[in-house]
Design a protein around this ligand. Structure first.
Ligand code: BGC
Length: 366
């Protein structure tokens, strides 16, 4: 017994040390584990810190981990959270390989919230919180429709576009693409918009995997754009490139800018998403057409509200989010999805949306 107590004391001290600064401690606070997929896309660092701050402010102990787009690493981080006694996990997963640890969590009675990305292939969780990602894609498609004046384009003089999508293992990549291509498809079918390179017309088409970008990596998108410019797009002038997020948009623009057909001021219309500081500067300077702002502060706040309700056994009422109980199926069950509103950002409104809202300081937009 004495020995047990001594070991317990050591553990308590160690735990106290490891979690100094607010994580699971001996104060009896319930612990929330925050598992983010990566940091090479800027937003996740903001998601992580906003979630942490909000969880601590609500009186939980909390810890955040980033997985470097490695599901094995994330599974280890999630297992650590479970071992430390987390009562709830907020998971922005890398890919479906997360399913086994979600199952472990469920077995231990730990609540899981899928964060931003749907966890497919699992029957072991009930809640998903994200933005209206189909709308994100629609904003991208509509921006191209407007900038190219597609309704006035003809089969005799069609506009030309190349298509890029996000990670093939991220369900969001499909949703973004479907939102965008649903706007563009009628023009493709009418012949007034020609797709240069692989041409899926739905995320379910076989050619979709030819336009995806493993783990949302900028270098992969850049290389693919360079290859297009040397092959299918060699003898055509592109009017637009559908890019799924800002990280990839800037990589694509970098490749385009090395092609003599696209001197400064004559770049194709390139879309984006996330409102990254560097892309806001590109939009200001006319290099990128638009982005879509998904305010991570709002997503984090709504998620911690949801977590708090679930941990207290209350019925969640999440301000600013729309509940959709029908559309999100993991393949094993329907989950309850809370959807927040994305905002389109262009040269006309970037100051109001990105700076006046306090998301960035003017000096961060270089
Ligand atoms: C997120 C995007 C992000 C992308 C790459 C998606 O799941 O919704 O905001 O750009 O992952 O990290």
């Amino acid at each position: 017994m004495k020995k047990f107590l001594a070991v317990a004391m050591v553990l308590v001290v160690a735990t106290g040390l490891v979690f100094a600064g607010g994580a699971a401690d001996t104060s009896g606070k319930a612990m929330v584990g925050l598992a983010m997929p990566e940091t090479h896309v800027e937003r996740w660092q903001k998601d992580g810190s906003a979630l942490l701050e909000d969880a601590l402010a609500k009186g939980y102990s909390a810890e955040v981990a980033f997985a470097d787009a490695d599901q094995g690493k994330q599974n280890q981080q999630i297992q650590d959270f479970i071992t430390k006694g987390a009562k709830l996990l907020v998971i922005g997963s890398v890919n479906e390989g997360v399913v086994s640890v979600v199952q472990e969590a469920a077995r231990d009675g730990v609540i899981v919230i899928a964060y931003d990305r749907l966890i497919t292939g699992s029957k072991d969780y009930d809640y998903y919180i994200t933005f209206d990602n189909y709308k994100v894609g629609q904003f991208q498609g509509k921006a191209i429709e407007t900038a190219l004046n597609l309704s006035a384009a003809t089969k005799a003089k069609p506009k030309k576009i190349a298509l890029f999508a996000g990670s093939p293992t991220d369900n969001n990549a499909k949703v973004f693409f479907d939102g965008a291509i649903d706007v563009l498809r009628p023009y493709v079918e009418a012949g007034s918009l020609v797709i240069v390179g692989p041409a899926p017309l739905r995320s379910g088409d076989a050619a979709f995997t030819k336009i995806t970008t493993e783990n949302w990596r900028a270098d992969i998108a850049k290389t693919r754009m360079e290859n297009l410019l040397n092959n299918d797009a060699k003898n055509v002038v592109l009017d637009a490139v559908l890019a799924p997020n800002d990280t990839l948009a800037r990589a694509i623009i970098e490749a385009l800018a090395t092609d003599a057909k696209y001197p400064a001021g004559k770049l194709p219309v390139v879309t984006g998403q996330d409102g990254e500081a560097a892309s806001i500067a590109y939009i200001r300077d006319g290099k990128q057409n638009m982005t879509v702002f998904k305010d991570t502060r709002n997503l984090a706040a709504a998620t911690i509200e949801l977590a708090d309700a679930l941990l207290k056994g209350n019925a969640p009422k999440i301000a600013g989010a729309r509940l959709d109980t029908e559309s999100y199926d993991t393949g094993k069950k329907k989950v309850k999805a809370y959807l927040l509103e994305p905002v389109i950002v262009t040269k006309a409104n970037y100051k109001a949306v990105m700076i006046d809202s306090g998301y960035y300081k003017e000096s961060e937009i270089k």
